[in-house]
Design a protein around this ligand. Structure first.
Ligand code: GLU
Length: 525
């Protein structure tokens, strides 16, 4: 039989809110890495607590809507391996998951707020709003808010007599619904990262909740949806913190305060020098991507490069992102999504902004390339080579991946590191050899290419042995001959062990490259 202690523990468990989190982007363009990190923290938290990760498309601002952006967001999350459990593409029991498809719900709540006296109709035209700003502008108050101190001067259902309001509505005068923010009141928010954050309402605006076209603004929609979708924890960027007191007031006014999600406002991702928020423009300027995947702007046709096309593995990308603003306190930096999920805790998210470091991002990628199996890398490397006009078969590509993956930080590096296995270098770095090039070396290479022409077996060992033997005959050390050989075979100072390269490209090709090498070095003045 179950003891009463067990039974009450069970009941408590039942009463605890099921973890439901949401990533709520607006479909306005490419997905910035800050956005992906928000999605990632949502995902990690949901998975850690056996919860549900929801994608909600916040498309109430039709003016900023961009064709294709929603699909792009979905594709980016899938590429990162953090696909949502519920969303517009997946369905779920609490949809629809696009705000534009939930219009009637918001209207109902906005009207209730007016009926309860905590919101009101406002009839002011754009021109009247501008006049108000001009009139009340002062040195202490450069951008006056529409709030308790000004509200009575404006054209709304608080300042006007009821008959006048009714008349305006009947006449079809356009209006918005604004929240009635109380004067001089402290609103406190308990943030899981920042602790208690208090705002004074005198700094706030009577934000528009419903626009003249009947569409909600972000403020109303986010609260209604978080409530209706039973969101337990809300992770979002720090830039939303100033809006939070409006949301807290709305949760209260709608009578849902006990259901309000726990908040976590995530630190900003900063420019590499730490001076300000990282923007797309910084990336363009400094030559690194800030989007997850390539984004083609349908209006301008302009494509902005993403981490995927830049040659990043999704595992490395999310590993790097997870550590941009959080760590588990250990020195172990490389972790897969399962390990990250196990280790993730909100308490260890930093309060301060995290500087983006592209070199570090590449380091993570190099680590992940090393850890990935050759078979996993095969299709990715084949694509890279194919784009450069090299059609490689699986067997050879697999062998090459094993040979060079330790040297690659980006997937593109596989081209530079392996192209000489497929085609002879068109130019070689002769100038690195020339200063120490003399007759002795010239004679050695001329002789050795004849020696290898007669080699019975073409194994790495045989090649190396004959190299040493001939070097001895010419009274030269192999150490001083390896760099010229490498440059002849590869074109530059890189690549795996040089005799392995010779073995791979074959005898004839090795001889051809040595001949070309001797000629290029001798011709260099
Ligand atoms: N729609 C907001 C955005 O585009 C989401 C803010 C929130 O999560 O509350 O980032």
């Amino acid at each position: 039989m179950t003891s009463s202690i067990e039974a009450s523990a069970y009941l408590c468990g039942m009463m605890e809110k099921q973890v439901r989190v949401r990533f709520a982007p607006s479909p306005t363009g490419g997905l910035h890495l800050g956005g992906v990190r928000t999605a990632l923290y949502n995902y990690l938290f949901a998975k850690k607590h056996g919860g549900t990760f929801i994608l909600r498309i916040e498309d109430t601002d039709q003016g900023r809507y961009v064709e294709g952006a929603e699909q792009y967001i979905i594709d980016s999350l899938e590429w990162c391996g953090i696909g949502p459990d519920e969303g517009p593409h997946k369905g779920g029991s609490m949809g629809p998951y696009r705000q534009s498809e939930r219009k009637e719900r918001y209207l109902k709540h906005a009207e209730k707020l007016v009926a309860d006296g905590v919101a009101y109709y406002a009839f002011d035209t754009t021109q009247e709003l501008e006049e108000m700003r001009e009139k009340f502008k002062s040195e202490q108050n450069p951008s006056p808010q529409y709030n308790a101190s000004i509200r009575m001067e404006m054209k709304n259902s608080i300042s006007l007599p009821p008959e006048e309001v009714e008349k305006l509505i009947i006449e079809g005068m356009p209006y918005v619904i604004r929240i009635k923010v109380p004067a001089s009141t402290n609103v406190t928010l308990n943030d899981m990262i920042r602790g208690e954050v208090t705002f004074n309402t005198d700094q706030l605006d009577d934000k528009v909740l419903l626009k003249a076209d009947g569409m909600p603004t972000y403020h109303l929609a986010v609260v209604v949806d978080d409530y209706e979708m039973k969101i337990s924890h809300a992770f979002r960027g720090e830039e939303w913190l100033p809006s939070a007191p409006i949301h807290v007031l709305l949760w209260e006014y709608l009578g849902w305060k006990n259901d309000m999600p726990k908040w976590a406002h995530l630190p900003l991702i900063l420019k590499p020098d730490g001076k300000g928020k990282l923007s797309k423009r910084d990336g363009d300027k400094l030559g690194f991507p800030v989007f997850a995947m390539d984004w083609k702007d349908p209006k301008t046709g302009e494509t902005t490069k993403g981490f995927k096309k830049m040659g990043f593995l999704p595992e490395a990308f999310i590993n790097m992102l997870a550590l941009l603003g959080w760590n588990d306190g250990s020195n172990e930096e490389v972790a897969d999504i399962v390990q990250l999920t196990e280790r993730f805790t909100i308490e260890r998210i930093h309060k301060g902004g995290a500087k983006f470091d592209f070199e570090k991002a590449k380091w993570f990628n190099g680590e992940w390339i090393k850890r990935s199996s050759d078979a996993y890398l095969l299709p990715l490397v084949k694509t890279i080579l194919f784009e450069k006009g090299i059609q490689a078969n699986d067997e050879k590509t697999l062998m090459l991946i094993g040979l060079v993956k330790e040297r690659c930080q980006l997937l593109q590096d596989f081209h530079a590191q392996t192209s000489y296995f497929f085609e002879s270098p068109k130019v070689i770095d002769s100038s690195s050899v020339k200063p120490k090039w003399d007759d002795k070396k010239n004679n050695f290479f001329t002789a050795w290419k004849k020696t290898i022409a007669d080699l019975g077996e073409w194994t790495t060992e045989q090649i190396e042995n004959s190299f040493k033997l001939d070097a001895g005959k010419h009274e030269l050390k192999t150490g001083e001959l390896q760099l010229p050989l490498r440059i002849m075979l590869v074109g530059g100072k890189f690549g795996p062990p040089v005799f392995e390269i010779a073995q791979n490209i074959g005898k004839e090709e090795t001889i051809k490259r040595i001949e070309f090498g001797i000629k290029s070095i001798n011709e260099l003045s």
